[in-house]
Each structure stands twice: as structure tokens, then as C-alpha cells.
Design a protein around this ligand. Structure first.
Ligand code: KIV
Length: 292
């Protein structure tokens, strides 16, 4: 029985109305169409992303930068991921909801990884968890999957290793590095990950990995040959004040539109033209108070 059918609610074959599941995402490798994933960190953004028919919403630990204004993801905590997961989950009807496992919430042992993943599902209302790394976390992934929690892998540029990598740099340049990342992706596949994010690797490597594994690859800065794509919502909307990374496309310029709207508000308040009569409650002449 599929989620959305029978005891879980009305059956429907309309993909726009059904809840997207991890097994469905995995099956897209063969069946298509390409998988779409966008990040969200709060209820309002989640509603908008979900309304657009996106397959997967990721509460990324990029919230360290996007929401908290930090230079990297390393300070994000499990409690914060749970809080944002709950906010986002209230705005999601259709998309599959994935939450990042923050730095140091899974590296210590498979047991620690399972405990943290369990908290994300129970307290953060996530349906899957994502963690960074390949061969070194394969055992951790297997333990989480065995407990019934779907796992998304993440290889290539792994932002939680920013200090070891010497910055947010393209990975997988050169045959040795390519072989290492392919081995990482295969280890995740064997451990039971249902899809793998490939971040900031040359497109030829992304293509090799995509052909080498039986689970979908979801690229960010990894070219067009992946089985899906992921972008950070604020990059996609043009909401950032700094220039976006090379691999991002701004599908709108909402940052500039927002600043223009705030400026117009400031001008109208100062000029006394806002609020106008249409924004103002009428007095109730009998009671001397206000009415809605
Ligand atoms: O944290 C994040 O937003 C991510 C995506 C960039 C894949 O991991």
C-alpha cells in the first residue's frame, strides 16, 4: 500500500497530490522524471516550494549561513535542525522532507548516528536524513537504514569538512580524487542510501558516478548529467545580497524586489500616504470604538 492510499487517506494517481516517498525517489533513477530538490528553513518558504510541485524539500544545515548568518555550517545543532524541521513540516503536503544531520551529530559512531537520526524523525518530523561522507560513514548509514529511516548521502564538496578541504572548493579533480569519490558513492549505495547528493564536482565525474551507482544522484554544481538537481532557495530566488556561487541560477530577483518594496514603504510612511483610508478601520459611531 502506498502512502496516500487506503488507510492513510484518499487514493489518487495524481502525482501532484500524492505524498512523495523515499522509494519513489529511488525509482526515478530508472523511470524519471528528473528529481527536483530545494532547501527551505521555515513554514512560509516550505509552503511556496511545496506549492510549486518540488519533489524533495531539504532543511539543509546551510541554515547556518542562510538563517543564522554564520560563515559555515559547523555551529548548527540537532535542536536547531529539529526546530526548523517542525516549522517546515507544517508547510509541506506533497514533497518528501529531508533534514541534514549536523556536524558532530553522527561522526562518533553508528550508535550516535542512529540516535541523532531518530531525534530528527521524532522531534524534527523529517522523513529522511542526510549526512556527509562516503566510506567512513557507510557503517553509520547502514545502521540508520536498518532502523527504518531512509538516508540521503552527500559526497564531493562536503561543507562540514570546510577546514580540512581548505575552503569551499571544487572536489574530484584528477584521477585519484575521482576514484576516491566514486568509491564513496558506491559505499553509500551499498549501505542503503536511497539517493546521493553530489556537490561541486566536475560534470564528467558526476556522470561517471551517476552511471556507476543504482541510486539517483542529485547534483549541485555537478552539471546536467545527474538524476536530479538541488538548489538553495535563497540562491534560486536571488534573495542573497552577495553574488551567488557560479553553479547557481537566479530564477528571480526577489532580493532587489524586496529592497524596493521596503524603500517604498519607508517613503510612504514618511510622506503620510500610508496607511490610506482603504487600510484604516472605520469608527463605530454608536460605540465610539472601531469595527473590523
Ligand atoms: O545544506 C545544504 O543546503 C545542502 C545542499 C546544498 C545540498 O547540503
Amino acid at each position: 500500500m502506498r502512502y496516500g492510499e487506503g488507510m492513510y487517506g484518499p487514493a489518487t494517481s495524481d502525482i501532484r497530490l500524492r505524498k512523495v516517498t523515499a522509494p519513489e525517489i529511488r525509482a526515478r533513477k530508472a523511470a524519471g522524471p528528473k528529481i527536483t530538490m530545494i532547501t527551505a528553513y521555515d513554514y512560509t518558504m516550505a509552503r511556496l516550494v511545496d506549492a510549486a510541485g518540488v519533489d524533495v524539500i531539504l532543511v539543509g544545515d546551510s541554515l547556518g549561513m542562510i538563517v543564522q548568518g554564520e560563515p559555515h555550517t559547523l555551529g548548527v545543532t540537532l535542536d536547531e535542525m529539529c526546530y526548523h524541521g517542525r516549522c517546515v513540516s507544517r508547510g509541506v503536503q506533497r514533497a518528501h522532507l529531508v533534514g541534514d544531520m549536523p556536524f558532530m551529530s553522527y561522526q562518533l559512531s553508528p550508535t550516535q548516528a542512529l540516535e541523532s537520526a531518530g531525534r530528527l524523525v521524532q522531534q524534527g518530523r523529517y522523513e529522511s536524513v542526510k549526512l556527509e561522507g562516503g566510506v567512513v560513514v557507510a557503517e553509520h548509514v547502514a545502521r540508520i537504514v536498518a532502523a527504518g529511516i531512509p538516508v540521503v548521502g552527500h559526497v564531493g564538496l562536503t561543507p562540514q569538512s570546510v577546514h580540512a578541504l581548505g575552503g569551499f572548493r571544487v572536489q574530484g579533480r584528477g584521477e585519484e580524487a575521482e576514484i576516491r569519490i566514486i568509491a564513496d558513492a558506491r559505499a553509500l549505495e551499498e549501505a542503503g542510501a536511497f539517493c546521493i547528493v553530489l556537490e561541486a564536482v566536475p560534470p564528467c565525474l558526476a556522470k561517471r558516478i551517476t552511471e556507476a551507482v543504482s541510486v539517483p544522484t542529485i547534483g549541485i554544481g555537478a552539471g546536467v548529467d545527474c538524476d536530479g538537481q538541488v538548489l538553495v532557495c535563497t540562491d534560486l530566488l536571488g534573495l542573497g545580497l552577495a553574488p551567488p556561487p557560479k553553479f547557481t541560477k537566479r530564477f528571480a530577483e526577489l532580493g532587489a524586489a524586496a529592497v524596493a518594496a521596503f524603500e517604498a514603504y519607508v517613503q510612504e510612511v514618511r510622506a503620510g500616504s500610508f496607511p490610506g483610508p482603504e487600510h484604516t478601520y472605520k469608527a463605530n459611531s454608536n460605540a465610539g470604538g472601531t469595527t473590523a
